[in-house]
Design a binder for this molecule. Sequence first.
Ligand code: URP
Ligand code: ZN
Ligand code: ZN
Ligand code: ZN
Length: 463
Amino acid sequence: MCLLIRNGEIVTSKDRYFADIYIEDETISAIGKHIEVLPGTKVIDATGKYIFPGFIDPHVHIHLPFMGTFAKDDYKTASTAALVGGTTTLIEMCCPSRGEDAMEGYNTWKQKAAGLSACDYAFHMAVTRFDEKTEAQLREIVADGTTSFKIFLSYKNFFGVDDGEMYQTLKLARELGVIVTAHCENAELVSRLQQELIAAGKTGPEWHEPSRPETVEAEGTTRFATFLETTGATGYVVHLSCAPALKAALDAKARGVKISVESVLPHFLLDKTYAGREGVEGLKYVMSPPLRDKRNQATLWEALEDGGIDTVGTDHCPFDLEQKLLGKDNFTLIPNGIPGLEDRVNLMYTYGVSRGSLSLNRFVDALSTKAAKLFGLYPRKGEIAVGSDADLVIYDPAYRGNISVKTQHMNCDYSGFEGVEIDGRPDVVTVRGKVQVRDGAFVGEYGRGELLRRKPHVESSTR
Ligand code: URP
Ligand code: ZN
Ligand code: ZN
Ligand code: ZN
C-alpha cells in the first residue's frame, strides 16, 4: 500500500516546511515537493494542516493493580483514546507489586496488550524488589527489548524500593546500559504526614497535597540524583510537579549528573484547589505527586520552553468515580491518578502553542522526539524522515471544541478537564502507514499495534 500526503506543513522538533510525504508500506520513503502520484496510490490532502511525527506518551498506566483496585482501561479503550488524541506510541509502566514475581508480571503485562493494541507500545519495567532472582529476570527482560526501568521511592511496601534496592537497581542499569525512571517522593515522610493528618481528623481529599508537600518531592528528587551521581547511572524523573523538585534536578544536571525530567499534563493546567472541590468532585483530582499551588505552573511552562523539562507525559490512570469513592472518608484510600491519554496533545497544543508561547518545534520535541531519543526509539519514532516509521498526525489547527466525558474514549466516567476548550485536533492519524483515525474518528484495527523491542541505549538531556 502506498500513501501520499500532500500540501501539509511538516513540523518536527527542528524544522517546519511544506512538502509531500510518500509512504510505502510502513515507512516514509520520500519527502519532497510535488511527488508524482503513481497509480494505486492513496492521496490525502493536508492543506491547512500541520503534519507532526506521531506523538509518544512516555508515562501511561493501563493494566494497573493499585490501592486495592484496578485502573479501568484495557488496551482497546486506551489505544483508541491514544490514537484519537494523536498518540501513536505509548510506554506503559509494567508494575508488578513487591510481592509478585517480576517475570510473571512482565508476561502478564505483555499478554494484556498482545493482539489488542491499535497503537505501538513499549514498557518501562518497574523494579519493586531487588534480589538475586529479580536481578536475573531483569537481565532477561532487558534482553527481550524492554530497556528502561521504573522505580518508586514512594508507595512504601507496595511498589516502593528502599535506598539499598535503588542502589542495586542503578548499578545493574549502568551495567546493562538502560535508563531508570523514578517516582521521587520520600516514602517515610508521606507515611508520617498521612498518619498525623488522619489522626487530626483531616480526612478529605484537600489534605492529600499537604500529606506530600513540595519538600517531600524535592527530597526524593535530590536523593535520586545523588544515587545517579554515585553510581554513574542514567535517570529520568517522572511526573515532576513543582519548582523545588525542578531545582533539585537541574542543579544535579548542572554538575554533570545524567538526569532528565518529565512533567505530566495535569500539573500544567490543574492546581491543588481542585482537590478541595465539594463532594465527589475533589476526589477526581487526587494523584501523586499531588496537584500543586498554582504558582508552580509558570515555572513548569517556562522550563518546558527552555528545555529544563525534557518531556511531557500524562501519567494516565483512569479510576472511575465508584473507585474514587473508596477514599471519601479517608484521603489515603483514594486511588491515585487522573486520566489524560486522549487529551495531552490537544491541551498542550492549545495552552502551550495556540494560547501560550511554546514553539511548535519544542512542542513536538517534548511530546514526541525527546521521548524517542531517551528511550531508544529514535529515529524510528519521533521523526519525519525517510526510513522512519510512517506514524503521522495530520493536525487541524482550525478545529474548535471542548473536552468532555461524553465524547472521550478513555474508559472513565468523568474527565478531569470537562468543558475545557481546545484549539485543534488530529484529523488523520497513521500507525506505520495505516490510517487509524480519519476525520477525528477511530477507524483503526485492533492488534495492529506492536510491542517495540529496544536495544540498550543511554542518552541524557543535554540542556
Ligand atoms: O497518582 C498517580 N500518579 N498514580 C499512578 C501511579 C504513579 O505514581 O505513577
Ligand atoms: Zn508515580
Ligand atoms: Zn505513573
Ligand atoms: Zn478530513
